[in-house]
Write a protein that binds this ligand. Sequence first.
Ligand SMILES: Nc1nc2c(c(=O)[nH]1)N[C@H]1C(S)=C(S)[C@@H](COP(=O)(O)OP(=O)(O)OC[C@H]3O[C@@H](n4cnc5c(=O)[nH]c(N)nc54)[C@H](O)[C@@H]3O)O[C@H]1N2
Ligand SMILES: Nc1nc2c(c(=O)[nH]1)N[C@H]1C(S)=C(S)[C@@H](COP(=O)(O)OP(=O)(O)OC[C@H]3O[C@@H](n4cnc5c(=O)[nH]c(N)nc54)[C@H](O)[C@@H]3O)O[C@H]1N2
Ligand SMILES: [Mo]
Length: 828
Amino acid sequence: MESSLDRIGRPWGGRTPYGRHEPWPTRVDTYLEDGVGPDSVQRWVQAASILHSDGDAMDIAVVDGRMVGVRGRSVDRVNRGRLGPKDLFGWQANASPDRLTGPLVRRGGKLVASDWDTAMDLVVNRSRELLDGRGPGSVGFYTSGQLFLEEYYTLAVLAKAGIGTNHLDGNTRLCTATAAEALKESFGCDGQPGSYDDIDHADVIALFGHNIAETQPVQWMRMLDRLEGADPPRLVCVDPRPTRVARAAAVHLAPRVGTNVALLNALLHEVIRTDRVDHDYVEAHTVGFEELAARVEDCTPEWAARICDVPAARIEEAAELLGTADRLLSTVLQGVYQSHQATAAAVQVNNLHLIRGMLGRPGAGVLQMNGQPTAQNTRECGADGDLPGFRNWQNDAHVADLASVWNVEPGTIPHYGPPTHAMQMFRYAEQGSIRMLWISGTNPAVSLPELARIRSILAQERLFVVVQDLFMTETTALADVVLPAATWGEKTGTFTNADRTVHLSDKAVEPPGGARSDLDIFLDYAARMDFRDKDGAPLIGWHDPESAFEAWKRCSAGRPCDYTGLTYDRLRGGSGVQWPCDEQAPDGTPRLYTEGINWAHPDVCEDYGKDLVTGAADSAVEYRSLNPDGKAMLKAAAYLPPHEEPDGTYPFQLTTGRTLYHFHTRTKTGRAPQLRAAAPDVWVEMAAADAGRLGFAEGDLVEVRTPRGALRGRLRITGLRPGVVFVPFHYGYWDTPSGTGPDEGTPPRAANETTVTDWDPASKQPLFKTAAAAVTLVRRGDGQVAPAPTTTASAPSVEGAARPTAGGPAAYAWQSAEAARTAREDAS
Ligand SMILES: Nc1nc2c(c(=O)[nH]1)N[C@H]1C(S)=C(S)[C@@H](COP(=O)(O)OP(=O)(O)OC[C@H]3O[C@@H](n4cnc5c(=O)[nH]c(N)nc54)[C@H](O)[C@@H]3O)O[C@H]1N2
Ligand SMILES: Nc1nc2c(c(=O)[nH]1)N[C@H]1C(S)=C(S)[C@@H](COP(=O)(O)OP(=O)(O)OC[C@H]3O[C@@H](n4cnc5c(=O)[nH]c(N)nc54)[C@H](O)[C@@H]3O)O[C@H]1N2
Ligand SMILES: [Mo]
């Protein structure tokens, strides 16, 4: 039975209900462009989604060397055939006529068309000049969570052992630095403990600052299917906005923005007070319980209710669910990670699981989520500054081990201090010690906080900026050299989703014009720089994706993220596989820590931990005395108020985030007609009570102002927490008259005009979720409505206040509830 649905208007498609402990049924979603039927598709090429961290497996339909659609892969453990709206429609951006097809270089102040030799020579000459004149600390690399594993590994080797710089980080700093840090703080090592399969088994699912319905829509379909099946789970949602998750929750807590630690401490207080503690587990596997219990002793629900402004009774209800769950699954994302106490809060969720012994069993797991599709690889390959394979930069044995993998002297690999985080790299560029910044796969002129500052840093004459992208963006506009990249669908490689599932994504079509894969660009640079190992052989001995993967396998051997059991062949045809995958676990590993904590011993841990308040790094000696046997660490934290609180001038709490239909700075989703039409421009969300008090109406043009800057958007009145304003951060300027930033003809609209340069002390993740703002009227809407979707958290509080979001015939996609075509795919 197949049916066709408007997947803009019905983003989660039809239901396939299933009961607890049953397997999630298959449903294959297919979208083919107008005029193409399944029979006319010449090849289906295996891939996985690159527009969120879910890892939805799909096949790309190809006709005459052109992508014409996508179909979910029913054999895959992650999505069992389902696709979300961005998966279904986003691929169309690949064929956009404004793709970059050749390098550009700056001449006389203007970017002009060039060729690869000229552009690469410029980059190489500048690199050499800087290395000779100022040393490796003058060169920085700022990469992504959207390239492939093979590319990050190559970049990490060339930056650390080739250039020898400590200035290498990803936009993962803005994204999942806190996930990594919280896992290191609790378990001594990065690595996601849980599995998406836990959704099938949990009786309580708690989501902390995670709008999964919009940001991982396929796993939300899974939760929806369980909610409609036998023995459904109860959801706990902590989010100030009325997300779809909040509306489906048994308990929804909408706290004041930036108060997660207070709330979590109260939840821990209740679990301990009512003695829902698994004392055997705590005794066997943890250290620090006494300090934690003492820290939360006074954190009663009444105390937290005053700070968070949610009823104490609601906190008690949530604690009752968390405390009595038989299998608890928790997920954590940006509502926690992009806050001033990001790591402290995320760690309290780990603590909840540890004291309840809710780990390493089906349904009992924690998912410190990733956001970007390949952020896991940025981290494990060391392209976020950490050492590859979760090695510890403070542990000389780990550095020596890595040096032997690379055949370099240990002193070649910078480990004199912590890796430079992205916010610090931009500071160094501002101050002039970094003189060359190579940006790949990220658009900081829209995504970093305080954009006026970022634009001025990137525009400096003395800073040589290289940007590697698919399109002209707000960031390429400020570059000295622009390198045109081939992307997903045009190159082969692997990447790993938030639950450690490794997928292979094959090349389906040729890249446009002279665009080259990021891997080829990095390999070309390494060859031109002539980087050598200690015996004079080329430092980088691989030449294509598969040989890069094999090299990475050697680096990952024996590490927590062991890939040695995987090959490209193994990843073709069937499902993705969860690491570690090695001789002991040839089919991969569904859950970590099933038999206790195994990567926290002082000799093996990735990190000795940090002070959650100051961020100061602990030493090996301190770690060994705290945790000699390598158990999980229960780290307590006192609540601290947000750094910027509302006052008379800036009376609102400003928070920013996402909508279902767009990805980040929209370079892809803004070029997919169905997605673009669903959410065409920025808007500002406000609670009905606040709008009423100020006399604002739906569709009024308002200005949101903070001490950093302002933006303008139309008002959407929703059911969000009074006192909060929300702005989606997707809208930059590439599709406005100015193309690059606000000017006389283009009013400011990017959320990050207003956000603050400030970060969590432990993870260094910037605070996109907590600021104070003023909102003023610019112009009456006079019947206009905000360009915000109605299917999502931005739904108007008054039904019918805006026309329902719909995609029409252009958005119809097929879905089959049967286990449809699972044939081995033609990837030739
Ligand atoms: N559609 C879509 N999906 C995406 C992406 C995308 O751009 N678009 N990006 C991907 C990436 S890289 C990421 S990182 C993820 C992010 O995925 P999410 O974290 O789910 O998305 P956000 O909208 O950034 O933030 C989630 C929620 O945090 C809430 N929040 C704000 N302040 C607080 C607070 O103080 N406490 C709590 N508890 N909650 C708060 C917001 O109301 C919001 O609903 O999404 C991934 N998936
Ligand atoms: N205010 C606010 N700001 C935020 C956030 C927030 O919630 N609020 N969230 C933060 C988070 S979690 C994230 S992840 C960041 C995301 O911020 P960015 O990483 O800046 O956003 P993207 O639009 O994904 O930028 C990716 C760029 O890489 C290009 N690209 C895509 N594929 C490829 C490829 O294969 N190769 C190359 N070379 N380029 C490619 C795209 O065209 C695009 O220009 O934003 C952060 N900023
Ligand atoms: Mo992210």
